[in-house]
Design a protein around this ligand. Structure first.
Ligand SMILES: *Cc1c(COP(=O)(O)O)cnc(C)c1O
Length: 453
């Protein structure tokens, strides 16, 4: 594998556009392509693409001239083309398809705010993007002017955050926060920074990829006032890593912003172990750390992009150990129905017995780790100051290990197990179930704390 220089392209149709305009993000935004005529100036469309572009029911189409120029005009299967130009397949339903597959709307305490994890929230602050990914998880909201967020929504989001001290990390997304007018973005960042318990602000943005021209010195100067500020970009294929993207990332990192990348595993775009290895290696060359690879969500319009999970596992097998550890992202399935991200990785733990663990490495080398016979947990005086008392109710499997609970049960579990009979007998056994810490069967899922030791 040879190291390639990151190249820039300007499609022949834009040859006469002076660099001054081409490099101006405002020109890029106002000249986005979205019709059959626009795209056919660059390359002939397939019948399926034309049909999709002429359909009125589709999620919004827009592609910056910069990003469209990265498409190989002779390849109808070009991986960049597939990401942004709709095809007929987008109209087809599939088994398991949902409009809001992550149940974000249901888990919003106020519009646009998703508080799913104990200490961090997702804040949707715009529904505009520089270009629209055809597999978008939020195609139900994004690109639709009727769905835009108002300043009342924003005030309600801030009120929630002010009164929820457990939130220490706010992730700004949308839509794409870097498409907002700088004044509005600044106001949002400033308001968040005024909330003392918010430690970290994160931005999720594909602007550096779709429109690297937007990463101006003015923008990085604005952003760096709000540290610690982290930013995740979204690159799916090595062809997206251009000289322009490298320069934009360089500006952001020089402004002290740590950069991560989130990819989505997409059939026909990046569903290959060797391709993914090249991608993560090219990312670290521009100082972007691969963060997540997402399994494609069960969202309308994205059926043709889905791969089996086995393909993702094969990719992870090809990454861990085969390339730099910091180039290896975590592969996650964002739980349908709203359980959050679930990490999946090949199994390196082969067997365990008393004080012996059998492990394998990426090459299949098998080894034994001998565990200590005399391990004592740390003294509570050392660890108690770090216990987080504010986060209640989401301790999950960890609380089983801590001995705070003995079981986790689905709602209605106990009532169902009684099957209408045996209440009286169980009542007699009250002592027994209390001792077990499995809760009053008559109270359904409510489980009192179990024995502490
Ligand atoms: C992805 C996501 C986050 C952030 O998760 P991390 O694993 O911390 O990156 C937070 N909230 C929601 C709703 C998310 O989907």
């Amino acid at each position: 594998m040879t190291k390639t220089a990151f190249t820039s392209k300007k499609a022949p149709a834009f040859r006469d556009i002076p660099d001054e305009k081409w490099n101006d993000w405002r020109w890029q935004l106002s000249h986005r392509l979205n019709t059959v005529e626009d795209f056919e100036k660059l390359f002939p469309l397939t019948e399926g693409e034309k049909k999709a572009l002429n359909s009125t029911s589709l999620f919004r189409v827009d592609v910056t001239p910069y990003f469209a120029s990265l498409i190989d005009p002779d390849d109808p299967y070009d991986p960049i083309r597939r990401q942004v130009i709709p095809t007929e397949a987008e109209i087809l339903p599939f088994t398991g398809m949902m409009e809001d597959s992550l149940a974000e709307d249901m888990h919003s305490p106020v519009p646009g705010l998703v508080h799913r994890y104990p200490d961090r929230v997702l804040m949707l602050i715009t529904n505009t993007c520089a270009s629209y990914c055809r597999y978008c998880t939020r195609s139900r909201l994004v690109g639709d002017p009727a769905q835009s967020f108002s300043s009342e929504d924003f005030e309600a989001q801030l009120d929630y955050l002010r009164s929820t001290p457990q939130v220490r990390d706010v992730l700004l997304s949308g839509g794409d926060p870097l498409t907002l007018a700088p004044k509005i973005l600044e106001r949002i960042l400033r308001s968040l920074r005024e909330i003392e318990h918010i430690e970290v602000i994160r931005i999720g943005s594909r602007v550096p990829v779709f429109m690297p021209q937007r990463i101006t010195d003015d923008l990085t100067e604005l952003l760096q006032q709000f540290h610690p500020l982290w930013l995740n970009i979204h690159v799916n294929h090595p062809n997206e890593i251009t000289a322009e993207l490298a320069e934009a990332c360089d500006k952001l990192t020089r402004a002290g912003i740590p950069l991560g990348n989130q990819s989505v595993l997409l059939a026909g775009v990046n569903d290959d172990p060797y391709l993914m290895r090249r991608l993560v290696q090219d990312l670290v060359r521009i100082r972007v750390r691969p963060y997540y690879i997402y399994q494609c969500d069960l969202v309308e319009g994205a059926g043709h992009f889905r791969t089996p999970i086995a393909r993702g596992m094969e990719i992870m097998e090809a990454l861990r150990g085969h390339t730099s550890g910091f180039a290896v992202p975590t592969y996650v399935v964002d739980a349908p129905g709203g359980g959050g991200k679930i990490p999946l990785a090949p199994n390196y733990l082969l067997a365990m017995s008393d004080h012996k663990v059998v492990l394998r490495n990426f090459e299949g080398f098998i080894t034994t780790y001998e565990e200590p016979l005399d391990y004592a947990r740390p003294n509570p005086a050392l660890t108690d100051p770090f216990k987080d008392a504010e986060i209640q109710g989401q301790e999950g499997v960890f609380s089983l290990l801590q001995g705070e609970k003995m079981v986790i049960k689905p709602e209605g579990f106990d009532a169902l197990r009684l099957r209408g009979g045996k209440q009286h007998r169980l009542r007699q056994d009250e002592k027994k179930w209390k001792a077990l810490g499995i809760g009053d069967p008559e109270q359904g899922a409510d489980t009192p704390p179990g024995p502490t030791d």
